[in-house]
Design a protein around this ligand. Structure first.
Ligand code: TMP
Length: 388
């Protein structure tokens, strides 16, 4: 049974940065969030058609961030050392930031966004430019038989029909095979009031409890998990085809979720109330700072939810600085704040920077010593609205 708990209002496609002439035809949908009380899966109540989000114009490059590059190099090294896989499938290979750490002959990539599929294909990696559907899974089964590692980072949460995907993964795993998935953590989202984790692409935000329940449904076994700091906070979940005892660290993480109340509807009701409070506080803070040269730092997909939910447009945030060339010179989705190119001396005109990219806080603090030393301050909304 699904129960609705959060309404974030009318929202555009979070990653669809646009030119002025495109405003007229901008796509909007109602962003609201539900929980399935049978397995505790938290999902958007209304999914956006995947083609609206994942197409040839998709802008999120995993390789753009130093943090993400190192993150994927580290896990690749670990997989090689511990498992030494013969055949690896990556679901959602983006620009190849993970798969490029492996031999071309061992790997198969799946990537629905044509612009990214082209990158791995041109680098010599077998790439299926398709959505992960039952049809694709049976095609992969026919061509390769199976895989000993299936890896998917920040992609399972994008897949609307999570059940058929688990079924497909189960069919493709060899008996000793392991599926490793990394996605934003529901526990962290709730604990930190990070409601901006909810946007069109995130069809689900997973708890370990929900994934364990879904895996069980397909005779798969969640046996290990670890907390990651990327994308705010994520879980890396290890799922095997044959039964394995739960590791101690997984047991601890599951207990943490239970203690927080992941399986109680009241927890979600409380979260929704805190989200509403956060909106009022952020609006008030930005209104107070009007005229004080506040800039947006990082035109993230997450910030689209914030700007649209809180009604923050160019009157409160005159522009956003960002390092991604595809976003520069465009307007932010929905509230149309100009996105400009990140320049070394951006801080000269700005006293405050609202952290759209709050999940990269450490990387940004390291980079922005001059801004900080010159009295510059960051503003964040997680876990509460504050100047830091
Ligand atoms: P995402 O959270 O949707 O992946 O978007 C991250 C955006 O933040 C991306 O467009 C790059 C931008 N960014 C900066 O502009 N400066 C930075 O230092 C970092 C870490 C990210």
């Amino acid at each position: 049974m699904k129960e609705h708990f959060l309404n974030l209002g009318k929202q555009p496609i979070a990653n669809k940065f646009l030119y002025e002439y495109e405003i007229e035809n901008e796509y909007f949908y109602n962003l609201s969030v539900c929980i399935n009380l049978d397995n505790f899966l938290v999902s958007l109540c209304n999914f956006v058609p995947p083609e609206q989000m994942f197409n040839n114009e998709y802008v999120y490059h995993s390789s753009n961030s130093i943090t993400m590059k190192k993150h994927f190099a580290d896990i690749s090294k670990e997989i090689k050392a511990k498992i030494n896989p013969k055949r690896i499938l990556e679901i959602g290979s983006n620009d190849g930031v993970f798969i490029k750490n492996f031999d071309k002959n061992q790997t198969v990539c799946v990537e629905p966004c044509g612009n990214f599929a082209k990158i791995t294909e041109e680098a010599g990696y077998t790439t299926y430019n398709e959505f992960a559907t039952p049809t694709l899974f049976s095609k992969l089964k026919d061509s390769y038989g199976g895989f000993d590692i299936i890896f998917s980072a920040n992609c399972m949460c994008h897949i609307q029909n999570i059940y058929s995907t688990f079924e497909g993964i189960c069919s493709l795993l060899w008996n000793d095979g392991i599926f490793i998935m990394e996605d934003p953590s529901l526990l962290h989202t709730l604990q930190n009031n990070a409601y901006d984790q909810f946007y069109d692409e995130h069809a689900h935000i997973f708890s370990l409890i929900a994934i364990s329940n879904i895996a069980k449904q397909f005779d798969l076994c969640v046996y290990d998990a670890e907390k990651l700091t990327v994308h705010g906070a994520s879980n890396r979940i290890y799922i095997s085809k044959t039964y394995k005892n739960k590791t101690e660290r997984l047991q601890k993480l599951l207990q943490e979720e239970l203690n927080f109340g992941i399986t109680y509807f009241e927890t979600y009701r409380k979260f929704a109330k805190n989200v509403e409070k956060s909106r009022i506080q952020l609006q008030e803070l930005l209104k107070t700072l009007k005229g004080e040269h506040v800039v947006g730092y990082g035109a993230t997909s997450k910030s689209t939810t914030i700007y649209n939910y809180c009604g923050i447009g160019p009157d409160l945030l005159p522009y956003i600085i960002d390092t991604t060339p595809d976003k520069q010179g465009k307007l932010s989705p929905g509230t149309h704040i100009p996105v400009i190119k990140y320049e070394e001396n951006w801080w000269k005109n700005n006293k405050y920077a609202f952290l759209g990219a709050w999940n990269y806080l450490d990387e940004i603090k390291n980079k922005e010593g001059t801004f900080i030393n010159n009295g510059g301050k960051f503003i964040t909304h997680v876990p509460t609205v504050q100047i830091i």
